[in-house]
Each structure stands twice: as C-alpha cells, then as structure tokens.
Design a protein around this ligand. Structure first.
Ligand SMILES: C[S@@+](CC[C@H](N)C(=O)[O-])C[C@H]1O[C@@H](n2cnc3c(N)ncnc32)[C@H](O)[C@@H]1O
Length: 448
C-alpha cells in the first residue's frame, strides 16, 4: 500500500533536471496569468505540450529550463520578439509585483481588451460592443500592501520575490511617489520599534488627506513605539497610523494628527483604517464614468438604484446625484463611513453580508439599475438572486475576469443583452483586469 505523505513535512519539489534538459521554445501568445505560452521546437511532445514561461513575449524564441510539467524558466532569449521593450524597472524579474514590463503599455492594454472581448463572445454574446479602454499612467498607484521582514538590525520593506522572500523595494514605476518617499524613512524607523519582531505587513492608502498607514505585525506597539510613530507622523505629514495583530482583526489607531478624508462625488468621507480604495485615481474615474454612463441621465423622481458591495461610497455618492441609492456593504466600518456621509443625501445604506443574505429578486426587479462591484471571489448567492430578477439595467464592475465571464454566461442564458463594456488597466504591468459591463434584460426573455 502506498504510504500517505506526512502533512507536517514540507514536500521538496523535484529538481528541475528531472523535467529534462533546457530546450528551445517558441512563444505563441500570453496566457491569462501573463506568462508566455510556448511550444518546444523539438521533441516527441513538441506539438502537443504547451509550456508556460514567465517574462516571455509572443514571437520570442527562448532557451528555457523545464521546472515542472508544463512550466519552464527562461534562461536566454535566442531571438527576441519584435514587440519586446526594455523593462523600465531594475527590479523587474525579481519583484513579484510586475509580470509584463517587457511589453509596451499600449500592447498590454490591447491584450487585456482582447481577453475580455473574446471571453464575452465565448460566454454567448456574439456581438460585443466596442469597448472603451482606459489605462492608468505609471507612478500613480495609491494603495499598496508591503511585506515587512526584520533581519537583525535591518528591516526590509517590499514585495515578495517570485516564490520567495521579501525583496527590498528600492525602485518602483507603479507606485505613487507619495508612497515611495515614505519607504527610506520607514526603513530607518522600523528597526527602532518593538512592534516588529520577525515579519509583518504595511498597508498604505494615499488618501486625499495624505498617507494612511496600517501595520499588521507580530507584536503590539509599546508606549515608546506610540511616541516614535507620532513623531514620525508629524515629520512626514501622516494624518493617521494604525495597527492590528492579524489581517482579519479590527485595527486600532496608534497616532492621529488630523482628520482623514477622501472625496467621492460631492461627498467627503472618512475611510476607516485599511479601507478598500480603487488602485488609482484614473482607474476610479474610469469605473465611475462607465457606471454613470450606464444609468439613465434623467431617471425620474421615484427611480431607485440598488448598489451592492458599496464600500465607503466610491460609486454611491456620484450615483446619488442621479437617483436615490439603496447601498449595501458587508464591512461594518466601511458602512458606518458611508452612512455618516449619507446624511442629507439621497442614500439609504445598510450593512449586510450579501453571501448569507442576498438582496432578493423582487427588490432588485423594482430598481432602475442594479450596480454590483463584488470582491475578487465574486457575488456568490447574490448572483443567483440577480439571475432571477429583471432590473432594467445591471451594471457589473469586476476585478476578476474569470468570475465575470462565468457570470456573463449565466446572464446570457437568462436572456440578458450586453450593452456596453469598459476595460480598465489600473494594475499596470500585471495581468489583472478591471471591467465594467452593462447588461439589460427584457422580462420573460429566457434563452435555452
Ligand atoms: C471591490 S470592493 C468595491 C467597493 C466599492 N464599490 C468601491 O469601488 O470602492 C468590494 C466590496 O465588497 C465588500 N464585501 C466583500 N464581501 C462581502 C459580502 N459577503 N457582503 C457584502 N459586502 C461584501 C468589501 O467590504 C468591499 O467593500
């Protein structure tokens, strides 16, 4: 009988040589994860086996070492693709943040649009409207999550290397300079704090009021830490710094020098520590404009929009300038923020776990439009209620194409039409894609 693997023992991956010697490959296209999809030039499996090779471009011929079944690591570019460009960042290839800097930005935007259009066609929508495409410029990302690692007297702040430890982020062409400027002084401060013993995490949201910092570390801040953090905040104009022991724990404020503020439409909100924020201001504007364009400009006095997964109100307040908004959000602190700013506006806000207690089809059906912006995992049970409803318009904001396309297939089968598509590249040089689709359905049009 085969012996069961001991789950406590880490499995040592087989050495790359066991997958054969380095081989010559030709790259045909990029896979959804951003790796080149290649065929080996020679060998029995040359025509049948596709191999994923990171950091390669369609049209490259490369020498690559197989490292697992269907995966290889590029050792040398034998003949470069004509589309290749020089990556702008010296850390490209080591840092886990970017996968596509060897390709031009306009090429990656077209690649993202193509994936969405092809996917929507496969979901059933033979006629996909010409998408609007928007790309965030470099150095504009305003939300960043760093890994922290203490090694003796030194603290490394950066992103995880591909499949490895933390890489000190000494250069970045994605993040906003307002975030990058904080890294050198933080490297000097962190070794003097008690709150970081081994490893941790730092989330920085660059709000309209300035940087908002949230540490997640393996020791609580001491009273000496609190003084040092307050002095650091004064020196670097940081309105608020928070701490929490684990990523799922509620944060506490460690230093607050002034109000925190973010403007959405005509409302100014006070986001909680660690709040969700669209990755870039350009990305947020593109999503907001696509959502507003998808709702009727003059909806009538009694019209109501139902907004699901509303966060702190990024879309709620711009929408409320059009019609009354009934907004639902599962995170209590975000909802509290939204509700506080909602006073005197046409917004009703409720905290609700939409997986456990979806808004039902009857309510959704009475809305002028349903706006949906679920987390990466998708809308789950809420989607089932949407499929049973007949809202005049369903405006679907998605950060996960796989989930969007699966839902699009169900929406097609339920008789929905696809009216408009916007593709937003706010995760520059990564394979991530943000999409806004407008679907609509006439009652009783069920496709079989
Ligand atoms: C992609 S964010 C969008 C937020 C907002 N629309 C925005 O643009 O800032 C998804 C939101 O869904 C919320 N969320 C996640 N799971 C949820 C659930 N089961 N029920 C309700 N809200 C949930 C998160 O707290 C987050 O605010």
């Amino acid at each position: 009988m085969a012996r069961k693997a001991d789950p406590r023992r880490p499995r040592t991956p087989p050495p790359p040589e066991s997958f054969g010697p380095a081989r010559l490959y030709v790259v045909d296209r990029l896979g959804a994860g951003g790796d080149g999809v290649a065929r080996a030039e020679q060998g029995d499996d040359a025509q049948t086996q596709t191999t994923f090779i990171p950091f390669t471009a369609p049209g490259d011929t490369v020498m690559a070492q197989p490292v697992a079944r269907g995966r290889a690591s590029c050792e040398r570019i034998v003949a470069p693709s004509p589309v290749r460009v020089t990556p702008p960042c010296a850390l490209f290839g080591q840092c886990g943040g970017c996968a596509l800097q060897h390709l031009p930005m306009d090429w990656t935007l077209s690649w993202k649009v193509e994936q969405i259009v092809t996917g929507l066609r496969h979901s059933g929508f033979a006629e996909v409207p010409e998408p609007r495409a928007v790309q965030s410029p470099p150095s504009t990302r305003r939300r960043a999550e760093f890994a922290l690692k203490r090694n003796a007297g030194v603290v490394v702040i950066g992103l995880h290397r591909r499949g490895g430890d933390v890489l000190d982020l000494t250069e970045c062409h994605v993040l906003h300079p307002g975030i990058m400027a904080l890294l050198p002084p933080l490297r000097a401060l962190l070794p003097r704090l008690d709150l970081l013993r081994g490893s941790g995490d730092l989330l920085i949201n660059l709000l309209d009021s300035g940087p908002d910092l949230l540490f997640t570390t393996d020791a609580p801040p001491s009273s000496a830490d609190r003084g040092k953090l307050a002095a650091f905040a004064r020196e670097h104009a940081i309105p608020r710094i928070g701490w929490r022991p684990g990523l799922r724990d509620e944060p506490e404020t460690v230093s607050q020098l002034g109000p925190v503020r973010q403007v959405f439409g005509d409302a100014s909100v006070e986001p909680p520590l660690g709040a969700f924020l669209q990755a870039t201001a350009t990305g947020e504007a593109a999503i907001r404009d696509a959502v507003l364009d998808a709702t009727p400009a003059t909806p009538g006095r009694k019209a109501k929009i139902i907004e699901l997964y509303a966060g702190c109100g990024t879309l709620t307040f711009p929408l409320a300038e059009r019609a009354r908004v009934e907004a639902y959000e599962g995170h209590p602190a975000a909802l509290q923020t939204l509700r506080k700013a909602a006073a005197g506006r046409r917004v009703d806000a409720a905290v609700r776990d939409l997986n456990r207690q979806p808004v039902d089809a009857k309510d959704l059906g009475g809305a002028l439009a349903v706006v949906l912006d679920p987390p990466y995992t998708g809308a789950g049970a809420q989607m089932e209620a949407i499929l049973r409803a007949t809202p005049k318009a369903l405006i679907y904001v998605s950060c996960n194409p796989q989930v969007l396309l699966k839902d699009a297939k169900s929406l097609f089968a339920a008789g929905y039409s696809l009216d408009a598509v916007t593709v937003v590249d706010q995760f520059l040089w990564s394979p991530e894609i943000e999409t806004v689709c407008r679907f609509s359905r006439k009652p009783h049009r069920l496709r079989r």
